[in-house]
Design a protein around this ligand. Structure first.
Ligand code: PRX
Length: 653
């Protein structure tokens, strides 16, 4: 049970839907009625309505071999065709697909016709390089149009993309390249962040360095010119994107692939050190992405301007920047840089400039803006906004209300959307125009999604009680497995409630008196920093790989801005530290974690200790360390092998 289960404040504010909004809303109560009457029939309807099938499916769900699901599996489709060509064929070629804004204020606009042409050329480029159906392509790019073009080009030819977030280190890239057995890496000479070009190619070069790590599976590295900064060149391996694409024609007929053909792998943190390659496939994923994007964001594709601030390196960038919006023919904004570059009102300038109507961001950013003050957004015209979304972590009621008042002009609905890399698309969210909103609660499962909150034995908890969040029935956009590791897939998600056949999400939740769901955070050793999952084990193994460190324990401590912050407790090797000041040791360790995993994982605080609290079986009691990190009185220590350890740690700090 999560520690914070009792800490929940009672939140009584309610915001009923505005009549005018309801009058035009995409989602209607009929959606839930249809789903309740015939769940599989409902999904079949959605799949037929939202997706263009090259060969229509006749089977909806095959759950004969759980937990390995097949959806719509005798149908076939091309996912990129669904995001591109079909809109052009429907006469929407001139509609803007992407308003791209670079951090230094350069811009690019791509209509559906132009985006389709670019993707066809990129598809031909990949084919010329020998990439074929089922091959893996790693994408390590800034948020530039080529990122979207690459993903769709890979999908178009039936290859599998694995996007690696541009903030991850060489070590992280290499681990993902090796696990996926990638043939090609697409990167750039740099991208703009915080007013400067941040290089990307050196990390790829280091990741693929044979003398450091041995030979890799990669034979080609395609480099987009974006940063205009110098790069080392590896003849025979490296290719400039613009050179290669200049040789590629823009004729390409999309071939259909089976509904269960793999679409992408996206690595995410788990409770062990090794990242999990979450596998998503085509037909069910696209159905879930398009359905949820349309209904949760109330998308009116002909008039709305949608903006999700997520990076393509995360699942939100996959489902709600690339596949959902483009499948729905939406017009969207994509912004390369950080929210506060060159000045703190950059996001709000972009909303004003493009007249953004639907906006999707993370609580950590909202809290950051709250701190900076309401005068910054207040000096911009944000009146185009008509709906706001939140994702990645629980949004505290104060931030929710600020978001609605200051950004949403006190009138926009807010959709707090709960989901995961594994679920592929939004599972829990208010439906705008229907649901009476409660600040801080994700509230209700989407129609067609079966969710419960249960106790340790899988029995539903009563209203007003807390427990574990489970998904009780398979859903179309569910992960199909962990790349190359079916046993880990079964153990991680399905073992806990194997007798019931429930998917266990790893989150604690509470049902309120109305049965609405409030998320309470992770129950495992996975932290949530700025809406991104980081595993304690992964950071611990990075720390102990440094010669200074004998032992390390990492916890997530509550943090006002980032939700949780990484706090590390380390025992240093005495032989190594004599010549070094504690400050230098801490700086070296923070830099080392940045190098091993990426800047996002750098501990905010490193505490040097002599001992770590362990049970008699040797398990580190992170709960006690969390107490210290959060400045609380240390909890029950009776199960420690040495009960004096915590007194020593607390006293020393
Ligand atoms: O703990 C939940 C939290 O983020 C986890 C999923 O992380 P990830 O796979 O990186 O995907 C993030 C974007 C979908 C969940 O297990 N989480 C995500 N959204 C919410 C949330 N917690 C509370 N409320 C949310 N709206």
């Amino acid at each position: 049970m999560p520690d914070n289960i009792d800490n929940l404040l009672v939140e009584t504010r309610r915001f009923a839907p505005d009549e005018a909004f309801t009058g035009q809303a995409v989602a209607t109560p009929a959606l839930a009625e249809r789903a309740a009457a015939d769940r599989l029939g409902f999904w079949a309807d959605q799949a037929r309505e939202l997706v263009t099938w090259s060969k229509p499916f006749t089977r909806v769900l095959d759950w004969s071999n759980p937990p390995f699901a097949k959806w719509f599996d005798d149908g076939s489709l091309n996912v990129a065709y669904n995001c591109l060509d079909r809109h052009v064929e429907a006469g929407l070629g001139d509609r803007v697909a992407i308003h791209w804004e670079g951090e230094p204020s350069d811009t690019r606009t791509l209509t559906y016709a132009e985006l389709t042409r670019e993707v066809k050329r990129a598809a031909n480029m990949l084919l010329d390089l020998g990439v074929t159906e089922g091959d893996r392509v790693v994408i390590y790019l800034p948020l530039i149009p080529e990122a979207v073009i690459s993903m769709l080009a890979v999908a178009r030819i039936g290859a599998i993309h694995s996007v690696v977030f541009g903030g991850f280190s060489a070590e992280s890239i290499r681990a993902r390249v090796d696990d996926a057995g990638a043939k090609v890496v697409i990167t750039a000479d740099g991208g703009w962040r915080k007013g400067a070009v941040s290089p990307l190619k050196p990390a790829v070069d280091e990741a693929l360095d044979e003398t450091l790590h041995g030979a890799s599976t990669v034979d080609t590295v395609i480099v987009v010119k974006r940063g205009e900064n110098p790069v080392d060149w590896h003849d025979g391996r490296d290719l400039w994107w613009h050179d290669a694409i200049a040789r590629s024609g823009d004729d390409h007929v999309a071939q259909a692939f089976p509904a269960e053909h793999p679409l992408f792998i996206l690595y995410t943190s788990g409770t062990t050190g090794k990242p999990k390659g979450i596998l998503h496939t085509s037909g069910g994923y696209l159905t879930g992405a398009a359905y949820s994007h349309r209904n949760v964001f109330d998308l009116h594709a002909d008039t709305d301007v949608y903006w999700s601030t997520a990076d393509i390196g995360w699942i939100t960038g996959h489902t709600y920047v690339v596949y959902g919006p483009l499948a729905n023919g939406a017009t969207q904004v994509i912004y390369e840089g950080t929210p506060d570059s060159p000045e703190p009102g950059r996001w709000w300038d972009i909303i004003e400039k493009y007249r953004v109507t639907l906006f999707y961001a993370a609580p950590t950013a909202i809290r950051g803006f709250m701190k900076a003050g309401r005068q910054i957004p207040a000096s911009r015209d944000l009146s185009s906004l008509r709906l706001l979304g939140s994702v990645g972590e629980p949004i505290n009621p104060e931030a929710w209300v600020w978001y609605r008042d200051v950004i949403g002009g006190g009138i926009t609905p807010i959709v707090d959307t709960w989901w995961q890399t594994e679920t592929g698309s939004i599972m829990i969210s208010a439906l705008p125009g229907i649901t009476t909103l409660k600040p801080g609660a994700a509230q209700v499962p989407l129609p067609g999604v079966a969710i419960d909150v249960v106790d340790d034995h899988g029995e539903p908890v009563g209203r007003g009680e807390g427990g574990l969040l489970v998904i009780t029935e398979p859903w179309p956009s569910m992960l199909r497995g962990i790349w190359g590791d079916p046993d880990r897939y079964r153990e991680t998600y399905w073992e806990k409630f194997a007798d019931k056949g429930y998917y266990f999400a790893g989150d604690g939740a509470r049902k309120d008196d109305d049965g609405d769901i409030w998320l309470l955070g992770r129950v495992d050793d996975v932290m949530n920093v700025s809406g991104h999952r980081l595993s304690t084990a992964e950071i611990e193994s990075a720390l102990v790989s440094h010669p200074l460190v004998a032992e390390a324990a990492v916890v997530g401590a509550a943090d006002e801005t980032t939700g949780q912050a990484v706090v590390a407790f380390v025992i240093l090797r005495t032989s190594q530290v004599e010549s070094m000041s504690p400050d230098d040791a801490v700086a070296a360790l923070r830099a080392h974690v940045g190098h091993e995993i990426g800047a996002i994982a750098k501990p905010k605080t490193v505490m040097i200790v002599q001992e770590l609290p362990k049970t008699r079986s040797g398990k580190i009691m992170r709960r006690l360390l969390r107490d210290v990190a959060e400045g609380r009185e240390v909890g029950d220590t009776t199960t420690l092998a040495d009960t004096s350890v915590m007194t020593v740690i607390s006293a020393a700090l």
